[in-house]
Design a protein around this ligand. Structure first.
Ligand SMILES: [Zn+2]
Length: 688
């Protein structure tokens, strides 16, 4: 079988990329099964080894194990995200169970854990390098957090809890999807469309076609409901749409999420107790930069009252706009976006049609490459001979300041029907120097960026909004975190860092697309080549802080509710979760008119998987780091200051998870992070 399955042969392509042109969907299942078997064989060799456990024969060997599985699985997951289809989806469904079971079997392997535990116990006296020490501690924690240290009876219960959690979170997501796909607001007459710009009308017609109904409809998809609430002049319809949006998951019957969310909280509490923690937040936060929930509460506490003050200032501006149109009364949750948009237009006169011609996609990509060159000395060369999985994908050879090839970068910028939505960074290979076999064991990173920009029509350029350009820079920042990685062990490479640190390299990179120097050089009109006018840059800069009180209150309220729900220590969650949520918000004084659009009954970040449970705060946490970190360049007097850039490269972009994140930030910044730059960036420092 392996004789004619290209996934299992040596990849004889430039830089050993997957031989995409020879891959068939039918190759994946047998290759994944064989690669898992090979991984188990490698782990059995580690576990059954005679003699003392050492760093080399246990820790480094574990890090090295599973390399075939890593490369086949990375190829598989990138295709399921960016170039999927019914056949591949079938394989994905069929392999989900075996892949998950393989992963738990790896971390429940008692023989391997016993040897790892022995090295871990003696680690202080073995003369390890700092990175070796970090790897021992990281792998040990991976095992412990997966339940390796529990007694056999507890382990059996733990596996049950995790199995039930997987089912409940899947159910939760499916219930939200059900409520989203079963509601729409028909726009029957021109009067129903009042105020809607062409792009909303087009999307509403498109949505009707997709649902097989006549005319135009508003659905609960973010890309439709948010513009509708922003532009519709029909207050009655805005109210209907808002109420439907915030009641997802809260309808009696078979798709009711109220009990499902309680089940998830109960199971998580038990999971935490099995680990010896009082609450799920305690358990989740022990493996974060924040470390404890008091740290998270402190940050939320710094931001919340200032955001409330800013919201009150913004409310006054909205009331003035209402008065100017002869309207009086309260601003309700379904009104805020509508009046805010009126104020925004009046104050900044910003229109996408004026901005977009300065952000042609190819130029924005070049701007990102140029910033990486000026900061870190990287150069990007397009290589048409490197195999890619779709003609849209561009492959680049990346060289470092010394001229040596340091990685391969694949950029896939366009939306396609068989590609998931959103923007993300992923990898085909992580950088490391712990490879097996011949050579020096060094592996070059192969990193991908996916965006979902709508391609310009035939013969027209693809023009981006400033938000789109910022997204490209954001993902490119994650990409650099993968490409610049310079560590020995694969587990510590690239973006495999703690979840409240991982958005620092991406969010800090967004700052450069806003720099006047970068804009004047790269934001040029696609027809005339004229640089973007200073006056337009000034308006864009001023508009950045607009409505930030509202945005910050909405976000922070969701983070507060997340922490409150996961800090509960009782085994049994509150009988009425909606009442609990209302009580938390009332205690914190959520202003009327703002409204919560991530309610617990449909908050997929928290309940459709466990990735962000007790972790919705991470974006704000990382923003503290990026705002304060970027100030180092301002203090040095240049966005490309060489000394600061070198520190950023050494301590943040290249160190992966080889250094504790607090220490890494302090080494870069010369001190612990401060919250003021974030408050200033969001315009929250003015007094009320
Ligand atoms: Zn990100």
């Amino acid at each position: 079988m392996s004789d004619n399955n290209p996934l299992l042969q040596d990849w004889d392509t430039p830089y050993g990329l997957p031989p995409f042109d020879r891959l068939l969907v039918s190759h994946f299942e047998p290759a994944l099964l064989l690669a898992m078997e090979q991984h188990r064989g490698e782990l059995a060799l580690i576990g059954h080894r005679k003699g003392e456990a050492t760093f080399d024969n246990t820790v480094a060997a574990f890090d090295r194990a599973g390399s075939l599985l890593a490369r086949v699985a990375a190829t598989f997951y990138n295709l399921t995200a960016s170039a999927t289809g019914p056949e591949l989806q079938k394989v994905q469904m069929a392999m989900a169970g075996p892949m998950a079971a393989h992963s738990s079997a790896v971390y429940m392997d008692q023989r391997v854990f016993k040897r790892l535990d022995a090295v871990h116990t003696q680690r202080a006296g073995l003369g390890f390098s700092a990175e070796q020490l970090r790897l021992v501690e990281r792998l040990h924690l991976d095992f412990v957090r997966a339940g390796a240290r529990l007694a056999p009876a507890q382990q059996a219960r733990y596996a049950q809890v995790m199995g039930q959690l997987a089912k409940a979170t899947t159910r939760f997501g499916q219930n939200v999807l059900h409520d989203e796909s079963n509601w729409h607001l028909p726009l029957l007459t021109e009067a129903d469309m009042a105020g809607l710009p062409d792009f909303v009308r087009n999307s509403a017609r498109q949505a009707a076609t997709e649902r097989g109904v006549h005319g135009a409809i508003i659905t609960l998809a973010r890309s439709l409901i948010v513009p509708f609430l922003t532009f519709s002049q029909r207050r009655d319809l805005r109210e209907q749409a808002w109420r439907a949006w915030v009641s997802r998951g809260e309808h009696a019957g078979e798709h009711d999420n109220r009990e499902v969310a309680r089940d998830i909280l109960r199971l998580r509490n038990e999971q935490a107790r099995l680990h010896g923690h009082k609450s799920y937040a305690d358990h989740a936060l022990t493996d974060t930069m924040a470390g404890q929930h008091t740290q998270v509460q402190q940050l939320l506490g710094e931001v919340w009252p200032r955001a409330l003050a800013a919201v009150e200032r913004e409310r006054q501006a909205l009331l003035e706009a209402m008065a100017a149109e002869g309207q009086t009364g309260e601003i309700e949750s379904w009104d805020w976006r509508f009046w805010a948009e009126k104020v925004r237009r009046a104050k900044y006169a910003l229109d996408d049609a004026e901005v977009k011609p300065y952000f042609e996609l190819g130029r924005v990509a070049l701007a990102a490459f140029d910033c990486a060159q000026r900061l870190f000395g990287l150069s990007f060369t397009h290589r048409a001979d490197i195999p890619v999985y779709h003609p849209d994908v561009k492959a680049y050879e990346v060289r470092n300041a010394a001229g040596a090839v340091c990685g391969i970068f694949l950029q896939d910028n366009f939306a396609r029907p068989n590609k998931r939505s959103g923007a993300w960074m992923s990898n085909l290979r992580w950088q490391h120097r712990n490879g097996a076999g011949d050579g020096d064991g060094a592996q070059l990173p192969v990193i991908l960026n996916n965006n979902n920009f709508a391609r310009g029509s035939a013969g027209e350029p693809t023009l981006l909004s400033l938000d789109d350009a910022r997204t490209l820079f954001h993902e490119f920042g994650h990409g650099l975190h993968g490409l610049l990685s310079d560590v020995t062990y694969e587990r510590l490479s690239g973006t495999q860092v703690l979840r409240d640190f991982v958005e620092l390299p991406s969010q800090i990179f967004e700052h450069w697309i806003g720099e006047t120097e970068v804009l004047k050089q790269h934001a040029r009109h696609w027809q005339t080549n004229e640089p973007i006018p200073n006056e337009l840059i000034a308006r864009l800069n001023r508009a950045r802080q607009f409505n930030q009180g509202y945005e910050t209150v909405r976000y922070t309220a969701s983070a507060i509710v997340d922490m409150a729900a996961h800090e509960l220590t009782d085994a049994e969650p509150p009988a009425d979760l909606c009442a609990f949520e209302a009580q938390v918000l009332q205690q914190h004084g959520l202003p009327s008119g703002v409204g919560l659009n991530h309610r617990l009954v449909h908050f997929q970040h928290l309940f459709a998987s466990s990735g962000y449970a007790a972790g919705y705060y991470v974006y704000l946490w990382a923003e503290v780091l990026d705002a304060d970190g970027y100030d180092a360049f301002k203090e040095a007097g240049s966005p490309f200051d060489t000394t600061v850039a070198q520190r950023l490269l050494k301590h943040i972009y290249s160190s992966g998870n080889s250094v504790e994140p607090g220490a890494a930030f302090a080494a870069f910044r010369g001190r612990a992070p401060r919250v003021e730059p974030l408050l200033k960036k969001r315009g929250l420092l003015q007094s009320a």
